[in-house]
Design a protein around this ligand. Structure first.
Ligand code: PLP
Length: 355
């Protein structure tokens, strides 16, 4: 019989894979550290939290996640400064968001003490995988899946919460070209767009692959009703700079409440840059591009940090955005990276040291 405990038990990996990893040449999300955190929900409570060697798992084919996609996830990073101190960036936001996502998918909330103790235990064990230097990080993927072996279409009674970790460099470093959605939609009013539900991402793959065939890397999604308001990209919120002003869409039940987005809105205020949070129409951005007032578009998200957008297409019309000197994209990226890597003052208390 399994012994259930409230403490996090640790089983260390006998060997490390770290010697096989080329940290100067990482493909995002392909390499995983030596350990993972797991915790199961059974008999109405989360129990048996443990850090164990990273390994394959086996579940019955009837596990509900395979049939109904009852699964949510998070994306966050750990950073190391030159003294070897490890930091998380606004991790409480990710903790709150995974539980918000879980609630939307009728899944049980995960306890805060398990989340942070599990994460910190894991990061201490896999410390060597976090490389110092701006741009290096350890990408952290908390997620929850419905494991109950039963295919009735209703919420499961058994779940597994896990965290796996993957060494990363900021990706999408070069500017991306985007297509503005005219037919497909990512989310709808009253839907699950604001949750990091696994199915939201699967549903984007097909339209995104069509966009890629046309030479675009990403789609900027528009509202499902009219396709006239710009909302967000695949894994990024989007900012528009018109002259010296920033504009970004408000969050809603269609848009993910991004941690990077809310940090940029705060940094803009700190830097004296006006940032309007309001609905943005495709038409106004096309007009701003035509009259020369559109200076920048950039995406903002944990994985890419800031990703400049160099062109967009709408109704078969292509709009190129010339690179500007002293771009806001560069300024925000540098400011964020400096805070994340403990290189600058953290006046909003966004860093959390893993001790
Ligand atoms: C749909 C979507 N929008 C925006 C973001 C950016 O959010 P964050 O800045 O919290 O990573 C993400 C990534 O998590 C995302 O998946």
């Amino acid at each position: 019989m399994a012994i259930h405990t409230d403490k996090i038990s640790v089983e260390k990996s006998k060997t490390s894979k770290i010697g096989n990893v080329d940290f100067s040449n990482l493909t995002f999300g392909r390499e995983f550290t030596d350990h993972m955190f797991v915790c199961d929900y059974e008999d109405g409570k989360w129990q048996n939290p443990k850090v164990i060697p990273y390994q394959a798992m086996s579940y019955e084919p009837s596990a509900r996640v395979f049939h109904y996609g009852q699964a949510v996830f998070e994306g966050m990073k750990a950073y190391k400064d030159d003294d070897g101190k490890v930091f998380l960036f606004r991790p409480k936001q990710n903790f709150d968001r995974i539980n918000k996502s879980s609630a939307r998918l009728a899944m049980p909330a995960f306890p805060e003490n398990y989340f942070f103790e599990g994460l910190e235990t894991l990061l201490k064990l896999d410390n060597e995988w976090i490389k110092p230097g701006v741009g290096n990080s350890l990408y952290l993927r908390p997620f929850v899946i419905a494991t109950e072996p039963a295919i009735s279409a209703s919420p499961a009674n058994m779940y597994r919460f896990m965290i796996i970790c993957s060494p990363a460099k900021s990706y999408y470093n070069s500017a991306v070209r985007v297509l503005i959605a005219e037919h497909f939609s990512r989310s709808a009013n009253g839907g699950v767009g604001a949750a990091k539900a696994a199915g939201n991402y699967a549903a984007q793959f097909y339209p995104t692959s069509l966009a890629q065939q046309k030479g675009f890397q990403q789609i900027i999604w528009t509202d499902a009703d009219t396709h006239t308001f710009l909302e967000e990209a695949g894994t990024m919120n989007v900012f528009f700079r018109v002259n010296d002003k920033l504009i970004t869409a408000p969050t809603s039940d269609r848009i993910l409440d991004g941690v990077t987005r809310k940090s940029i809105i705060q940094l803009a205020e700190d830097l004296g840059i006006t940032c309007e949070v309001r609905q943005v129409t495709v038409e106004e951005i096309k007009n701003a591009s035509k009259d020369g007032s559109l200076k920048e578009i950039f995406g903002a998200g944990t994985a890419a940090v800031i990703s400049p957008i160099s062109a967009f297409e709408h109704h078969e019309e292509l709009f190129e955005i010339a690179e500007v000197e002293d771009s806001y994209a560069k300024k925000f990226k540098q400011t964020l990276l400096n805070i994340q890597h403990n290189l600058s003052e953290d006046k909003h208390g966004w860093r959390r040291e893993v001790k």
